[in-house]
Design a protein around this ligand. Structure first.
Ligand SMILES: Cc1ncc(COP(=O)(O)O)c(C=O)c1O
Length: 404
């Protein structure tokens, strides 16, 4: 008789955003005339930039001719894309990353979930609390998280690093030594970030204790401040302790198109074994590549025209972020984030729980946000709004906030 991976049975409830979608659908069914403003899920709303659309059309045409048709992509991804990434995202910022240290994928969610496979199941992971839920849930599935305590909403074998207003949402080094440290910078959900020297401290810490940092930089394009690094490889010594994940979802609107990449430097080793060789083996065995058409579209993001167009889109969302931050601040809310990230993290009023505030906002003003407690116990009492809506809806939402 077959057996299942019963680690899956340990996972409490359904995925956060499925929960929210269920609640919103039930509310909409009961109130069909109510116009809801959705500032919950971190999905983009602007269409793909014109340069990307033109490139997609060109690439589709190429697939229709025998002399330009493409079959399976190379294991690591097309060289034209990896070269552009290595040059523009890394070398121009002083990082020594080479094109053959870049693995093209269909997004950072898969990569952040899959990367744990190359590590022993005995490794202890450390996560920020609150945290992007994928890091913890995928380690639960792998059997690395121990047992779940519904009282504290924590896993016995996971090291939590609370990020609250008290520590400025900057995690302290954990008291127990982790093997794998997940850092998401700029942060989802708090919208906060680390300065270059704060990140350097983490790199030094990881190198000292022999840990690996899984550095999720999906929101890198939203950085506006000079002293915030765009890549962990801007820090000295990061090549020996860090894997970086990137996505085309938030900078270029590829949430539905799907494209991302992971950087595994060849200097990152466990004894004599490079993590690069393990990830290459995994990639080659289990993955057959992001489609050529999509990799071409990703390449368009590195052209002068494409770069300018996607920069405008990010600026559009950041205007929303400013609008929300200022609007909520004026309405008397305690607000964080929104300067280097498309997320605004607010303290719920009157010590309301995160889910009570979710229900209150939905019912009172028809705004959908994300309860902070869904991202971890230290998110309780907080709430996340995203800047990914339209400007018009963002303004409308701020008008509605005045009425609560
Ligand atoms: C921190 C973080 N990493 C990764 C992702 C997913 O990225 P992708 O669309 O490339 O899978 C998200 C999406 O919300 C995210 O917030």
């Amino acid at each position: 008789m077959f057996k299942i991976n019963d680690n899956y049975l340990k996972l409490p409830g359904s995925y956060l955003f499925s929960n929210i979608a269920g609640k919103v659908a039930a509310y909409q069914e009961a109130h069909p005339d109510r116009e809801l403003i959705r500032l919950g899920i971190g999905d983009v709303t602007q269409p793909l930039a014109p340069r990307i659309i033109e490139t997609l059309h060109e690439a589709v045409d190429e697939m229709g001719h025998a002399d330009t048709f493409k079959g399976y992509a190379p294991d690591l991804g097309y060289e034209f894309l990896r070269n552009a990434i290595a040059r523009q995202d890394y070398q121009e910022r002083g990082c020594r990353i080479q094109a053959d240290e870049i693995f093209i994928s269909d997004g950072a969610k898969c990569d952040s979930g899959n990367i744990q496979e190359i590590f022993s199941v005995d490794n202890r992971i450390a996560v920020c609390d609150p945290v992007y839920p994928v890091y913890v849930d995928t380690n639960v599935m792998a059997g690395r998280a121990g047992t779940y305590d519904p009282g504290t909403e924590t896993w016995s074998d996971v090291i939590y690093m609370p990020c609250t207003a008290e520590n400025g949402f900057i995690p302290d080094f954990p008291t127990e030594v982790p093997d794998i440290i997940y850092l998401c910078i700029p942060n989802n959900p708090t919208g906060t970030t680390l300065t270059r020297s704060q990140l350097q401290d983490w790199v030094d810490y990881a190198n000292n204790v022999g840990a690996v940092i899984i550095y999720d930089a999906a929101y890198e394009a939203y950085i506006t401040e000079e002293n915030v690094p765009h890549s962990i490889y801007e820090c000295k010594g990061a090549e020996t302790c860090a894997i970086e994940l990137r996505s085309f979802s938030k900078n270029a609107g590829f949430t539905g198109t799907r494209l991302g990449f992971t950087v595994v430097p060849k200097a990152l080793k466990c004894g004599e074994v490079t993590l690069h060789s393990l990830w290459a083996r995994r990639h080659g065995t289990k993955y057959n590549g992001a489609p050529y058409i999509i990799q071409k579209a990703g390449f368009a993001c590195y052209s002068d025209e494409g770069r300018a167009q996607i920069k405008d889109q990010v600026a559009y969302y950041m205007r929303n972020a400013r609008t929300i931050k200022e609007g909520l601040g004026a309405a008397g809310f305690e607000v964080y984030g929104g300067v280097n990230a498309p997320y605004i993290w607010l303290k719920t009023p009157n010590r309301m729980s995160s889910w009570d505030f979710f229900d209150y906002l939905l019912d009172k003003v028809g705004i959908v946000g994300t309860p902070g407690s869904g991202f971890g116990p230290s998110g309780e009492g907080y709430f996340r709004l995203t800047a990914f809506g339209s400007y018009e809806n963002t303004l409308k939402a701020m008008e509605r906030f005045k009425n609560i």
